[in-house]
Design a protein around this ligand. Structure first.
Ligand code: CA
Length: 535
């Protein structure tokens, strides 16, 4: 590239990216470029947060899942307790967009761990990671791939049911009756939980045989209300809404005809969890409950922009980003349903996106963010969420840094520079739109450092958001960073934000000034800030 020739005046300063650097343990990535293999534990993190759903530009979903499963099993064999602890930590903090990778990893620990790992996974792990009936059924569908129904597993599952109060368990069993082909009845047949009192016995009889509990079981009123709802499918909207208010029945337990009634939704609204609220914004608009001047609209907006409620609900920024793009389009992903989006709700989702990351104190570090917008970054989806490609996700992440810190500059690159400045006041929606319109090209991940060197920009921190599939440059990214440090006299650091769950990185693992983090981990902005401060 001409630019490099100008900087280095013909002197060979770098190694072609299609060749390994002498003396460094690099591997050939899928596109022929040489990069570093990602550390086993860092890859566990990438999988827990990004999953493998949808694959990448280079790897099918199957291959990516298998690679990650193999890595996971190696990690379990190296230190099973560490894997279980990590799974619990990431799951409880809500750092990942989806729960499935954590549940899959927990099942792998229960399947391949030593005795201590299994006991930890099936005891504390199961209770803390599988917080709902849905999570538990998903776990059961995964564990079957890894092992049979041994004694430890049965005991763990019995422990899960016994750890819930009768009231809570009734709610869970009613709300989540079936996941991945598994029902609680199936689990009961295999694990045989034993009831220790009459209330619990009545609940278990409902789960196994569908027997509606009698009035004497005060804690099971919800199940009686469910039976009543089922038998009054044709009741008028006012009566349905009244039953919902009085009973606290969740929407999953209502006849589907009821969910076309704005009055029923209005009754559901106060107890509707944040995640369900966000998923149903389009429905609430379509049935006529959310209108530009409606009373319900003001209440919904207040909830969507309540930071404490957002953090408590573990709603993930990427879920908000996906909700925003779908809601604003006025058309469901399958295109069958349409609605008129309420502008204030769109604005609230934009605000919620910013609020859903962990609070970060500005570092003041002079920062250059390099967004890899090459062709491979526009294929696949982050955590399998439709419409959110790695490059769209990267651009949205960049916006959070621009808004948080004082001296952040954004550039985009493929195999050449791509003009792409982001202002503090730009909405995430607008950033996403501009990203989607970019052309597809090759990749040279050294360009952010080369760019800074050419422009003589004083940079303390480079953040490169990429899949680390780089091949087009005449100098490796880590070589370019070392050259930058030398020429500029600044001990600049590099953070590589991995946007897919592949096993590659452009960060040199032997250089303390280079760090790997995972894209769309809600903790990533805080981890980067700590690294910038030297923690
Ligand atoms: Ca690429």
């Amino acid at each position: 590239m001409n630019l490099l020739a100008r900087i280095f005046r013909g002197r060979a300063a770098g190694t072609l990216q299609t060749l390994p650097q002498p003396g460094r343990a690099q591997v050939r990535a899928d596109n022929g470029g040489y990069v570093y293999p990602l550390d086993r534990w860092a890859r566990v993190d990438r999988f827990l947060i990004l999953g493998s759903e949808g694959g990448t530009y280079y790897a099918t979903e199957d291959r990516l899942t298998k690679e990650n499963a193999v890595n996971l099993v190696e990690a379990v064999r190296e230190d099973g307790r560490r894997v279980v602890s990590r799974v619990i930590e990431i799951s409880e903090s809500g750092r990942a967009p989806k729960v499935q990778p954590a549940i899959f990893a927990l099942a792998a620990c229960a399947g391949f761990g030593d005795d201590a790992t299994r006991a930890y996974a099936l005891g504390e792990g199961l209770r803390r990671v599988c917080r709902t009936g849905s999570h538990l059924l998903t776990f059961c569908s995964y564990i079957e791939q890894f092992r049979g129904w041994g004694r430890g597993l049965r005991k763990g599952l019995r422990g899960w049911y016994e750890s819930k109060t009768v009231r809570d368990l009734a709610f869970q069993a009613l709300k989540y009756q079936n996941r991945e082909g598994f029902t609680h009845r199936d689990v009961f047949r295999l694990a045989h939980p034993l009831a220790t009192d009459a209330e619990r016995a009545a609940l278990y009889a409902w789960i196994v045989k569908g027997d509606v509990p009698g009035d004497e079981h005060a804690s099971l009123a919800l199940l009686r209300a469910h039976a009543l709802a089922k038998s009054s499918e044709d009741a008028d909207a006012a009566a349905c809404a009244q039953l919902v208010r009085a009973s606290g029945l969740p929407r999953e337990a209502l006849p589907s005809a009821w969910l076309k009634e704005p009055r029923v939704w209005e009754a559901l609204l106060p107890a509707l969890p944040m995640t369900a609220l966000i998923r149903n914004l389009a429905t609430l608009t379509r049935v006529g409950l959310l209108t530009p001047k409606g009373e319900a609209t003001a209440g919904v907006i207040a909830r969507l922009t309540d930071r404490t409620a957002l953090r408590k609900s573990r709603i993930h920024p990427i879920a908000l980003l996906a909700a925003l793009t779908t809601y604003k389009s006025g058309r469901s992903a399958r295109g069958s349903a349409t609605w008129n989006p309420v502008p204030a709700v769109v604005g609230a989702l934009d605000a919620a996106f910013a609020l859903s990351f962990e609070n970060v104190e500005p570092t003041g570090a002079r920062t250059l963010i390099g967004l890899d917008v090459s062709g491979s970054m526009s294929s696949g989806t982050i955590a399998g969420i439709p419409g959110i490609t790695p490059r769209v996700g990267a651009a949205a992440m960049a916006l959070t840094h621009v808004r948080t810190d004082s001296d952040v500059r954004v550039m985009a690159f493929a195999d050449d520079f791509v003009p792409f400045a982001i202002g503090k006041d730009e909405s995430v929606d607008s950033v996403v739109k501009r990203t989607e319109a970019l052309p597809f090209m090759g990749t040279d991940c050294a360009l952010p450092m080369v760019y800074a060197l050419e422009k003589r920009l004083a940079i303390d921190l480079f953040i490169v958001m990429t899949d680390s599939e780089t091949w087009a440059g005449t100098i490796h990214p880590d070589q370019a960073l070392r050259l930058y440090r030398e020429r500029m006299g600044i001990p600049a650091k590099l953070v590589v934000v991995g946007m897919t769950s592949n096993g590659f990185t452009i960060a040199d693992p032997n250089d303390g000034g280079m760090l790997d983090v995972v894209g769309f981990d809600t903790a990533t902005p805080a981890l980067i800030a700590d690294f910038a401060r030297g923690a």
